[in-house]
Design a binder for this molecule. Sequence first.
Ligand SMILES: [Zn+2]
Length: 436
Amino acid sequence: MSAATAISPDSGPIGRPPLVPLATLIGRELREENSDSPIVKYEYYNYAKRGEDLVLSKPDCLRVPNDPSTSFSVFGVFDGHNGVSAAVYSKEHLLDDVMSAVPEGISRDEWLQTLPSALVAGFVKCDIDFQRRGEVSGTTATLVVIDGLTVTVASVGDSRCILVTPGGELSLLTVDHRLDDNEDEVNRVRASGGEVGRLNICGGQEVGPLRCWPGGLCLSRSIGDMDVGEFIVPVPHVKQVKLPNTGGRLIIASDGIWDAMKNDVAVKSCRGLFTKEAARTIVKNALRTSGLKDDTTCLVVDVITTIRNVTAGAELSLPSPKKSQKLKALFLGKKSHTMSDEGKAGRSSRSVGSIEELFEEGSAMLEKRLPSRASSDAFRCAICQLQQSPSEDLLMDNGPERSQNKLEGPFLCTDCRKKKDAMEGKNRPPKPPKNR
Ligand SMILES: [Zn+2]
């Protein structure tokens, strides 16, 4: 724009910037926000039978205090058993435990890269600390961290988090740690010294789901559960994805939902609904299918960008009519490729982005999951963050096996190392011979 045309009747005296209409300013802000901070809207609905399902929602976390540019959101579902105390404890402490494993003074990229291992450390620390209280309760834990378009999910147990894009692409971000559905976990539990089998009723008939013994838990991973074997580990499956720039919807729910409906049914049943109505509809449909057998909780989180559309959730604000037409066409075109239930328009869909997978790891072996000693603070425990003096470390490291592996894997304090060995079935007393 030339100097001559910049001075309009609206502009102030020469030398001041021309006034910009408010609508233009807001539009510009939204466009600027688009790349970094989409809007997050959420609601949950819960139908309680025992009151052991808890929901965590913290949409306004700051990674660096007083710096709004470092904001992120956290959501969680905790499905407790044997009482609610493990779920309550995890809801209150798990996020702090995760954040204590995030180094200070790192960039946003470094934070996103370090998050998967910090989640592992936080889950294990939360489990150790809760078990110290001597309570028998246990809980599943599904924790979702949303930073911009990057979504990182860590989970133990059988709550589930699914993601759907406005284009209809569906992605499961968790793995079910349920012995009946997860052969790898059955093998891991057996290798670590647990017995896996069904309940034996009189006459030797086996009934019910696969459970591990002692304890009889159907899950292979959880937080708490000190009365079952240490092979029921708190090490989460972690998956990190980047949403397309059209955003997406997350559905995080306890097993009461997933026992009643498949992932795609849940997605379809709430399409076009506001988050509140979406969560309510999913729970009601689950109850209609299965009845109220269990606590049933559903949390719906919409990650909304300024490339808005009316399809993933009704509360994505309406764009201008012209833009709306274009996006609707894109949506229908894409959907006809992926969820072809009602796709009619076969128009080009390539510009609707897809989910980008950044990271996925589910191993229960902590060497694989925590930062190695070489890349971290040499004498800070990778789980509880306790600083140990080098002399203590040398005293503990004088076993032949230890010194050999000394510089490999994460550094762990004495207590956390004991926990790790126990989880992997090391240091357990030799089993007496047994007839099976
Ligand atoms: Zn430690």
